[in-house]
Design a protein around this ligand. Structure first.
Ligand code: CDP
Ligand code: MG
Length: 501
């Protein structure tokens, strides 16, 4: 914690130097200040300082942008909770603060921080969670039995439980709605559920406060954010528009390999090289493009790197395993996590020193958020992206990102690292390979234009990818799946049921 204090201590907010939370005796309740001290939060981060100083009132609508890992969670929880404590507390058992976020892991993380912030209050302020992958009935029972004042939820499950009248009644005295990762919450994936939720809670005209927070706020979000913000809302940012949107301290590199199959060898060589340079507390996240692709990387690198603690996190795992692994990786001082975008945003794994992205990030925002899993709370970090020739446009198109070529030559040793990888694949299950192959086809199919490939090329490189995994023939793909992917009639696919094989 001393390190966190020191790094935020020296951080300037515009022209002003960082201030201590204790200097906010007039703004924040003494019990909150005591809790913050206990958490080791002595100095405010720039975004916390800005929100607490510049919001016209604790209950003002706001759209706030600040870089990854700079304490946005406390920046929305503190004003919202303080507002309740100042005489705006809803009747007991009614939800006063609703926080919406994109993933289950993030919901748990926010709820934990809320519990820590409210730990010293004279009477307990309950924070509940609602997200999919957990038993709906027992979750609801807990919600009704307890006295939830704060609810942190993912949109799908919240929308689902709001269909019950008794749940809707709990929201009758809502004071604040927070959209964390606001741009994600309002994009096409989540917007329908968010709009349904907004129809089921009291209307905005009842006076609840809307807060939208993210590290990335594209111009178009402004329009959509209006469904939770009234005109005249306060817009705050700690990011200079001329600055790169990623954390300044993170050197960012890319490695371009000639062929997609070399991604494996390059990743193996890169991990070894980075470990050689920073062997102490080597804590790394490797992002892959799809859940099954990540599963495959995990299985392969477990074979290749037996001396490391290897973790995996993606949507094809049970929620209980996801929650357990999240906790384990938060608490470990070293290890390699193979992850999909389920932990691409918002997650605070302390002391990750390196983020690797293997394959094309789905968007520039996704790139920024993944890089943001390192160099959090003022710490250092590095980021490397491995792309193959057709994916390399990502670097040239996004010139605002300070990405440099990786300074160490990985390419000339590729032949040897590929040989090690191909040997490692002998111990990986065929089923894992087949699933990764199918996911690879499906993911890249959506990027054909950008990759400057046609469907036939895609099948060709996918089959080579399968050959690198040691598949003697391309894995079978179900006819229905081929149709869904829009690859019907493309030569090179083996159509059939894997179960029958
Ligand atoms: O949401 P965002 O990515 O901006 O960051 P966060 O997850 O809220 O916080 C990043 C880290 O900063 C967490 O580990 C916090 O415990 C820590 N921190 C903070 O939020 N505020 C301080 N004043 C000091 C540390
Ligand atoms: Mg956050």
């Amino acid at each position: 914690m001393t390190e966190v204090k020191r790094s935020f201590n020296t951080m300037a907010v515009g022209d002003t130097q960082a201030q201590t939370f204790d200097s906010l005796g007039d703004t924040l309740d003494k019990s909150l200040l005591r809790a913050l001290r206990r958490m080791g939060f002595e100095y405010m981060t720039p975004v916390q300082q800005k929100v607490l100083a510049e919001l016209p009132s604790l209950s003002s609508d706001c759209l706030v942008q600040a870089k990854t890992g700079t304490g946005k969670t406390a920046a929305f929880l503190l004003p919202a909770i303080q507002n309740l404590l100042q005489g705006n507390q809803p009747p007991k058992g009614q939800v006063g603060i609703l926080v919406l976020c994109p993933t289950r892991e993030l919901a748990l993380q926010i709820a934990k921080e809320c519990d820590q912030i409210t730990a010293c209050l004279p009477s307990k302020l309950e924070c509940h969670t609602a997200f999919g992958g957990t038993a709906r009935a027992s979750n609801l029972q807990k919600f009704f039995k307890g006295t939830p004042t704060v609810l942190v939820a993912t949109p799908g499950r919240l929308d689902d439980i709001l269909s019950e009248e008794a749940v809707r009644e709990k929201f009758a005295n809502l004071r604040t709605v927070v959209l964390d990762e606001a741009d994600r919450m309002l994009d096409q994936g989540f917007a329908p559920a968010i709009h349904k939720i907004l129809k089921r809670i009291p209307p905005k005209s009842d006076g609840w406060q809307g807060m939208c927070f993210s590290a990335t706020i594209p111009a178009k979000v402004d329009d959509v954010a209006k469904c939770v913000l009234f005109p005249g809302y306060t817009s705050l940012s700690t990011i200079d528009p001329n600055e790169a949107p990623t954390v300044d301290k993170v050197p960012q590199y890319s490695i371009t390999v000639p062929h997609v199959r070399h991604t494996f060898g390059a990743l193996f060589a890169l991990i070894q090289n980075e470990y050689k340079q920073n062997p102490n507390d080597f804590k790394v996240i490797v992002f892959g493009t799809t859940a099954n692709g990540v599963g495959l990387l995990h299985d392969l690198f477990e074979e290749l790197l037996p001396e490391f603690k290897i973790f995996e996190l993606h949507s094809r795992m049970s929620q209980s395993t996801r929650t357990r692994t999240t906790e384990e990786f938060k608490n470990t001082s070293s290890g390699i996590l193979f992850a999909s975008d389920v932990v691409g945003r918002g997650m605070d794994f302390p002391n990750v020193g390196l983020v690797i992205q293997a394959g094309l990030p789905s968007s520039v925002e996704q790139y920024i958020h993944r890089v943001g899993r390192t160099a959090r709370a003022g710490k250092d970090g590095r980021a490397v992206t491995i792309l193959f020739e057709n994916e390399a446009f990502f670097v040239s198109v996004h010139k605002q990102l300070p990405i440099q070529p990786y300074p160490v030559d990985i390419i000339s040793g590729l032949k040897e690292s590929q040989a090690v990888v191909e040997n490692g694949f002998k111990s990986v299950r065929e089923e894992a390979k087949a699933k990764a192959y199918q996911a690879f086809l499906g993911y890249n199919k959506t990027y054909l234009k950008k990759l400057r490939l046609d469907a036939k090329d895609l099948v060709k490189i996918s089959n080579e990818y399968a050959a690198t995994m040691g598949c003697l023939e391309p894995p079978l793909i179900d006819k229905k799946v081929v149709g869904k992917m829009g690859l019907k009639g493309v030569p090179g696919l083996r159509i059939g049921s894997r179960k029958a094989e």
